[in-house]
Design a protein. Structure first.
Length: 204
């Protein structure tokens, strides 16, 4: 195995604590009966894929979700339920990023959307910070800005090519097996972050 020179981190479940069950429960309370079929850690239907690749604006997402569910939920209700999964940033994980930065090129690659980005930034700034979250990384890549999402091969390839990274010298860290498998196919070294494990538990 080649000595790594770069690390690409996922966000949710790796640096930011999230709980998909909180969003599922919130939508169920609103009357959405099949939310797991629409979105989960391992899959997303067309509507949520479009949201995470920036193909549908926020207002249209709310309209289409109501069409899919047959409900008449307000944008506020949908947004609150959708953001319920977002918890807290792990301070120990942020400290580790600072420690790793002099040794590796650090990047972020997250499947996320234009609704969640301002919300997790609000969470980040609930504590006094000396720099924006994105500055922990050389570049932060978000699926909604790229028009691509993991585990699609083109998503990894774009980051590798744009940053001129050697796949075999790049470590990819994610908590979702399908995303790790996609990174393996792209030639990267990979780490699947198991439940209950944190990046500060890893050896880099």
């Amino acid at each position: 195995m080649e000595k790594a020179t770069a690390i690409i981190f996922d966000l949710g479940g790796v640096i930011l604590d999230i709980d998909y069950n909180l969003t599922r429960t919130a939508f169920e309370k609103l009357g959405v009966r099949n939310f797991d079929e629409m979105y989960s850690q391992s899959s997303a239907d067309t509507l949520f894929r479009d949201l995470e690749t920036g193909k549908i604006p926020e207002e249209n997402f709310y309209i289409e979700l109501n069409k899919c569910t047959g409900l008449e939920l307000s944008p506020f209700e949908i947004k609150q339920a959708w953001c319920a999964m977002l918890l807290d940033f792990r301070e120990e994980s942020l400290l580790l990023l600072n420690e790793l930065k002099p040794k590796y090129r650090l990047f972020l690659l997250s499947n996320t959307n234009y609704i969640h980005i301002p919300e997790f930034n609000k969470i980040y700034y609930t504590k006094k910070r000396d720099k924006p979250f994105a500055e922990f990384f050389e570049t932060a890549y978000f699926s909604c800005e790229m028009g691509l999402r993991k585990p699609d091969a083109e998503c990894y390839d774009r980051v590798l090519k744009k940053e001129k990274l050697t796949p075999g010298k790049t470590i990819f860290v994610d908590d979702s097996i399908q995303n790790v498998e996609g990174a393996k196919l792209a030639g990267m070294q990979t780490i699947l972050l198991e439940p209950g494990k944190y990046i500060e538990d890893l050896s880099f």
